[in-house]
Design a protein around this ligand. Sequence first.
Ligand code: GDP
Length: 527
Amino acid sequence: MTALSDAVALRRTFAIISHPDAGKTTLTEKLLLFGGAIQMAGAVRARGEQRRARSDWMSIERERGISVTASVMSFEHGGLSFNLLDTPGHEDFSEDTYRTLTAVDSAVMVLDAAKGIETQTRKLFEVCRLRDVPIVTFINKVDREGRETFDLLDEIEKTLALDVCPLTWPIGMGRDLKGVYDLTADQVVLFEQTRGDHLPEGIDMPLEDPRLDGLVGADAAARLREEVELVRGACPSFDLEAFRAGHLSPVFFGSALRNFGVRELLNGIGRLAPPPRQQSADPRVIDPLEETVSGFVFKVQANMDPNHRDRIAFFRLCSGRFKRGMKLKHVRSGKLMAIGNPVFFLARDRELAEEAFPGDIMGIPNHGALRIGDTLTEGEDVRFNGIPSFAPEVLRRVRLDDPMKAKQLRKALEDLAEEGVSQLFKPLNGASWIVGVVGQLQFEVIANRIESEYSLKAGFEEAPFETARWVHSEDKLLIKRFVEANTSSMAEDRDGALVFLARNSWALGRAQQDFPDIVFSATREQH
Ligand code: GDP
């Protein structure tokens, strides 16, 4: 039987963060290819297309070239088990992305060599920094003319305040690309004009070896030697502690499209990225090597299979050895749940999870009992924290076109709220419900899904509110006074927590001024 500590040491749970078009999908495909999880490049996309064909709302994804749903892909390489969590790329989905990043131990930041740091890269990086997630940088598309290499490294250091340490170095770029030099292994990987699934091997070759001149040309070899010397002088040497604390990023260069530099990247993740880490929880930190099982739900997805109304809760195991059939305590309700049919997500398939270790992601089918942020344990009352709800930035009132369908519409909206797609507020004065989202695009997704998955038409109209805050005070009388003073702006969220809907920032400021002893919160920890 595998010892818990061995299994933990072999796991790498990570995500790829990037700006749209930098090459995340292509790189994912190639990582899976190298990991032997798929035979042919193109499978990720092909699978995506099959899925898209299934329901209408996916057409939004296709049209806008974004991926709305986050998924998990597990594969093995070099004796390690990798779990790659896909993060939705569009800025409107920052909430979903944020939660996905709570479930990883490291992230790969993909940059387009011609573009460097873009807006979305920076936003996602900030989320990683909040939790000190170690970042591995992959500078992609070196087969095309890109920016000056030193310039790119400088930009990362300056705009992200992150030290960089290149572990591979490109030999030329664009049309003159000859290969990359692996600075750790002292190997040359020659660039070949292939697109298929051929994986170029590295050739042992110290920098000063005269054969290098023959392999890449005397000029390129001389330039490489010069640049490497400069890099070694200018960049700090690689420091594992600094990387794992989130202060320094190892940098790899390559071309995902041309299978180039990806092997070095994957080996780098395996060698450097941390195994599952301790997780902060209330009232105590949880260590992955603890014997008893614990973990949390970071994502819920409904209607993955149109024939079933089931949901899948994406569960990150944080400690202990999980065995299928275990009864776990659902801490929020205090009830025991038998986990009979958990699944692992492989590149092309799902498979029943008989056994799982910290760092693994399981899909737990359920009928709505499991919500985002929920903790499951073998009995202890701990809750993992750091999975908040964000105050919505766009609020709309639900318009009911067919009053006969009120009940179904309510169910659909509640389902979507449970998935974390949107938030639902019930005004205390009995007015029609308010739906809140973090990004505007989400309304299209909701309307589309309600139509395709529930066969209902839902309309959303302007609501006289701009933002929402959860309000809290131990002083019940004070809360009562606040509610009475603001009846038309008060609502409950789906858990019955009190929410103040503000007409504008001025109204919010005014309320805060009038009631200084009430806490107005822009996030709410999901319990
Ligand atoms: P995503 O939006 O980040 O998932 O990016 P994709 O993987 O879909 O890539 C965006 C575009 O860049 C596609 O047309 C890819 O074929 C192209 N691309 C990705 N990687 C490379 C690369 O290494 N070199 C070149 N030349 N193009 C690439």
